[in-house]
Design a protein around this ligand. Structure first.
Ligand SMILES: [Zn+2]
Length: 111
């Protein structure tokens, strides 16, 4: 799975927002149903979208409102975005011999 907005790869079960969409006819027999589509947004894009202004288009606004709702209901997604942005995701304790540590000044992992 890839984030629809930034193309970042999202691992199976990784923190993200998934939107499922399908269309079906109503009041017509036999009922027609489209295939279901799934689009995903990584935590950074989810938070960015939720904090940003409403997009154009009725369908986009509907999706945006759902994303805002999820981002606003639990800080876990915001925390995941923060961790990814600040580069501390999965960080091991610093100063341990023989282990990579994150150089705060240089901004990269040192081995
Ligand atoms: Zn993204």
């Amino acid at each position: 799975m890839y984030c629809l907005r930034c193309n970042r790869q999202i691992e199976a079960g990784g923190k993200s927002i998934a939107l499922y969409m399908f269309a079906q006819t109503v009041g017509i027999k036999p009922r027609q149903k489209s295939a279901a589509h799934r689009v995903s947004f990584c935590p950074q894009c989810s938070v960015s979208l939720a904090m940003g202004p409403p997009p154009e288009g009725a369908l986009n606004v509907a999706a945006w409102e759902m994303i805002r709702n999820l981002v606003g209901s639990d800080p876990a997604l915001t925390e995941a975005a923060w961790e990814a942005l600040s580069g501390v995701q999965g960080l091991l304790p610093t100063g341990t011999e023989g282990r990579p540590h994150y150089s705060q000044n240089a901004g990269y992992f040192e081995f």
